[in-house]
Write a protein that binds this ligand. Structure first.
Ligand code: IYR
Length: 231
């Protein structure tokens, strides 16, 4: 075994224990996780049936445990269920997307989006019972009220990881989601009255799929084009 820095008895460290580690990948737990994760699809047709808020909270709270630069957790998750706010968000997103689809996006981009059948209409922003607006914090507030700034590191990477955990957690709760990037999306900061250090990162509608929901008939790249082994 490689020489390990011995933090034995040092202050600031605790024992790490994971007694299930060596068996878990062969267990039914993994099979269940894999099967559910492979079923995940980006969903644009939501049922407006209510979703227990406890499920969304569970998923968001798990996402906040993600690794982050210097463990600064430079994110804010806003769970939006209020109909008036969802409507404002939809209207602002549709106004921006109208401009995107009618001039701001290149022909190549529009062509790449054709299989998804998207346009500037974003009914899912009102149909989905909850929208999770994710904000990155450019810096943190030091000691409440002192006006100082805490430096944040690898903010985009940290947010990407936390978002991955969020959509996985929603999927494991049986909920569908869409990683939506209306662009530009600074309207979210205004509508949700976020503080100066926060910038909108992603908007994730979540809920049950509409009973007649459809998804694009697309696949994933073969694994050998993405995974190389150096053993
Ligand atoms: N934000 C637009 C366009 C869009 C862009 C990409 I890249 C997508 O993968 C999907 C959509 C929209 O939401 O319609």
């Amino acid at each position: 075994m490689t020489q390990m820095k011995d933090h034995q008895g040092e202050e600031g460290f605790v024992e790490f224990r994971d007694p299930d580690a060596r068996e878990i990948a062969e267990s039914a737990h993994w099979q269940f996780f894999e099967q559910r994760m492979r079923m995940r699809r980006s969903m644009r047709h939501f049922s407006s049936d209510p979703v227990p808020i406890s499920l969304v909270r569970k998923a968001v709270e798990l996402a906040t445990t993600a690794p982050s630069g210097a463990n600064k957790q430079p994110w804010t998750f806003c769970i939006v269920g209020e109909a008036g706010l969802k409507r404002q968000i939809r209207e602002a997103a549709e106004a921006e997307e109208y401009k995107n689809y009618h001039g701001r996006m290149s022909e190549d981009w529009l062509e790449d989006l054709r299989p998804f059948g998207t346009d500037h209409h974003k009914a899912f922003l009102e149909d989905a019972p909850y929208l999770i607006a994710i904000f990155k914090q450019l810096y943190g507030e030091s000691n409440a009220g002192s006006g100082g700034r805490q430096k944040h590191y690898y903010v985009n990477e940290s947010l990407g990881i936390a978002t991955g955990i969020l959509i996985s957690a929603l999927q494991m709760c049986g909920l569908c989601s869409l990683t939506h990037t209306p662009s530009p999306m600074n309207f979210l900061e205004k509508i949700l009255e976020r503080p100066e250090n926060e910038r909108a990162y992603l908007l994730i509608p979540t809920g049950w799929p509409h009973p007649s929901a459809k998804v694009p008939n697309i696949g994933k790249k073969p694994v050998h084009k993405m995974v190389y082994e150096y053993l």
